[in-house]
Design a protein around this ligand. Sequence first.
Ligand SMILES: Cc1cc2nc3c(=O)[nH]c(=O)nc-3n(C[C@H](O)[C@H](O)[C@H](O)COP(=O)(O)O)c2cc1C
Length: 211
Amino acid sequence: MATLLYITAHPHDERQSFSMAAGKAFIESYRESNSDDEVIHLDLYTENIPHIDTDVFSGWGKLRSGTAFDELSAEEKSKVGRLSELVEQFISADKYVFVTPLWNFSFPPVMKAYIDSICVAGKTFKYTEQGPVGLLTEKKALHIQARGGIYSEGPAAEMEMGHRYLSIIMQFFGIPSFEGIFVEGHNQYPDRASEIKEKAIQEAKERAQSF
Ligand SMILES: Cc1cc2nc3c(=O)[nH]c(=O)nc-3n(C[C@H](O)[C@H](O)[C@H](O)COP(=O)(O)O)c2cc1C
């Protein structure tokens, strides 16, 4: 039995969002073909995802100098404890499906806060004399992203920094397989919007069966 962590960074659900619609289709199809697997939904817009702030830095500093966790301030305990829960949840999953919209060439800010919570030396990567090495070499990941323009080819391709950034993080963690499903061009070609959305939903359903 595998555990799939379904990480969504979107304030809307599948009724308003193209990426969430493709994500929902993917997960439903995945559940049908993998009924023994556990799917955990981490909704970054409703869950507590602490930012790395002065409480976090002072909490980490105290722990490093030998203070017991119970002796941290209430704020330090709550934020440092939650960050540690998030990375433990991440490393205990086997597969990851991320859903994000493309906003200003990248993903919503809560996604960056989440990435900051899971980039932890000794958990997702380690330092060696040859440089950092990823520790998640047995996992696989997929990113579903809706974007109003076309980025898979043409002049805008190099301006896309959401999928590209996530791809670098997955590589950094040593994850050997990182795929993408893109719903794209529906703002650029509004008359084709429903066709583009339906095609992506169909692709998501099919790809879920072999993920
Ligand atoms: C704040 C914001 C920023 C956006 N920035 C871009 C962008 O940089 N490039 C683009 O092609 N579309 C951009 N769009 C359009 C979205 O990518 C498009 O509407 C997409 O469908 C959003 O995903 P969703 O349908 O899951 O909400 C932006 C939309 C919003 C609301």
